[in-house]
Design a protein around this ligand. Sequence first.
Ligand SMILES: [Zn+2]
Length: 390
Amino acid sequence: MYEIVKHDQEMMRKINKGNILNLIREKKPVSRSELAKITGMSPTSVGRIVTELIELGLIKETELASSKVVGRKALLLDTEPNSVYAVCVQMDEDISRIGIVDFDGTIINEHSYVCDAHSMDWREFSDRICGEIEKVIAETHFEKNKIIGVGIGLPGLVDHVNGIVLFSPQLRWENVKLTEYFENRLGYPITIDNIIKAKALAENTYGSARDAKRTVFIHFGTGVGSALIVDNRIYRGITNSAGEIGHTTINPNGRLCDCGRRGCLQTYITERALLQEARTIKNISSIDEVFEASSRGEGWAASIVDNLHTYISIAICNIICMYNPNSVIIGGKMMKQPPEVENIIKSKVDKLIWAQFKGSYEIKCSSLGERAGMLGMSVLLVNKYIDIEL
Ligand SMILES: [Zn+2]
């Protein structure tokens, strides 16, 4: 019994610390009393957490005249952007990104690399990324002793606790001890995670879903995935695999999927699927040609794109029924031409969704785009650094 109580207290302490940090990020500059008022926590508890964050150098006090009380100065709290830096990597089968992110979520230097995961094994791929990481750190002007770690986000099933990539169909990796490899090679603490979960966390911390209580992020890219954020925390499921909606079955006799099964949702939505379909009609070299032809009003392309938007909308409706979120963020390279596409999807979802759910959610396109993965990994690294990862 005592153990359970202790565990619960520990968990509450972490949740409170996370909430206070996010509120400071969102409302800065903000006073302690305002934080206490918003959270309903006691001034003593707020004070204790704030002191801890100040001692870590992440938060600073700024003296500003309060507009509410004339003549009286109030101590306000603000973030310290240069307090810590995270080195963040976003891996994908074709293009990977590396960025240095400060505590405020500003990427102070970033590069993207064409790196074909299918033409090399995981060691060769990782070796190349490590080399690029070292170069980016060396060329960037910042205090290198403030690096809190390297965060790697990648597609697929990731055991984030033990640092193992269990299975990534996109990268074609299975049971890869990635954390161990990068730690030995670079000497920094390494955190790895599923990229969709990282992107969802970034949208919730810095992007389109900043003030949402329940955020779902759905990504339509080389695969289709989703992630749920509940009160600023990633909902992981038992094996960190929650949200793998791309592999829900739509048609058991459908097209073969990356996962080895047939008719998964993502066989209707991904770039490869669309190219396959388009090439039965016309000899094209890239997916952009389909989108361009569609916007020129060519019937064959318009019907393919319309079909794509219908399946994207079905995926969104399923997710809304499953999680009942108040904020749905959509992103990925299959979400072309915003904001028009946002309106098309919104109206399709509105027609397809069960009436009971109408008005309960808001759908928005990602405001962070391709940088979301790096930003999300930086949030995870900070959470680890201040011990609020649950
Ligand atoms: Zn599948």
